[in-house]
Write a protein that binds this ligand. Structure first.
Ligand SMILES: [Zn+2]
Ligand SMILES: [Zn+2]
Length: 143
């Protein structure tokens, strides 16, 4: 994939990046609560290929894996922007909802599908995992 850009609702946070390395949809409870709907859509990018302007505030939560997920959002308008995962050093996890062109995101899998609410079920044309699969089971995704 080529380059992409995005930002928050109020425009105080803007970012640019390139060469996303796939990603997917997560239906865990923390993603649901922070998303405004049933799941988050996460696009994985090397932090060396990602730059952000404007203040991003982070909220840290420990995931089932034991990793700390730091969810970044605009302190003015609350829009989720990107996250960091202590188990994925050197990577940022861009919220696809914040992309200027959301269709540059090509999700490759769905995790924690068993936690999806009845009103926000996962699509069934991607590999679906009831929980978080071991890394060896995650399909290699071209983005
Ligand atoms: Zn904002
Ligand atoms: Zn999640």
């Amino acid at each position: 994939m080529g380059s992409f850009s995005g930002g928050c609702l109020c425009g105080e946070v803007r970012y640019e990046g390139s060469e996303a390395q796939g990603g997917g949809h997560c239906y865990c409870e923390d993603c649901r609560r922070s998303s405004g709907t049933s799941h988050c859509s996460h696009m994985i990018v090397s932090e060396s290929r990602f730059s952000v302007q404007g203040e991003v505030r982070f909220f840290d939560a420990v995931a089932d894996s034991g990793n700390t997920i730091s969810r970044g959002f605009c302190p003015s308008c609350g829009s989720p922007i990107y996250s960091r995962n202590s188990g994925m050093p050197g990577m940022v996890i861009v919220r696809a909802s914040s992309l200027d062109d959301p269709d540059v995101f090509a999700p490759g899998l769905i995790v924690y599908a068993s936690r999806a609410p009845a009103w926000g079920q996962p699509r069934d044309d991607l590999p679906v995992f009831a929980e978080m699969p071991p890394a060896s089971d995650i399909p290699n995704v071209e983005a």
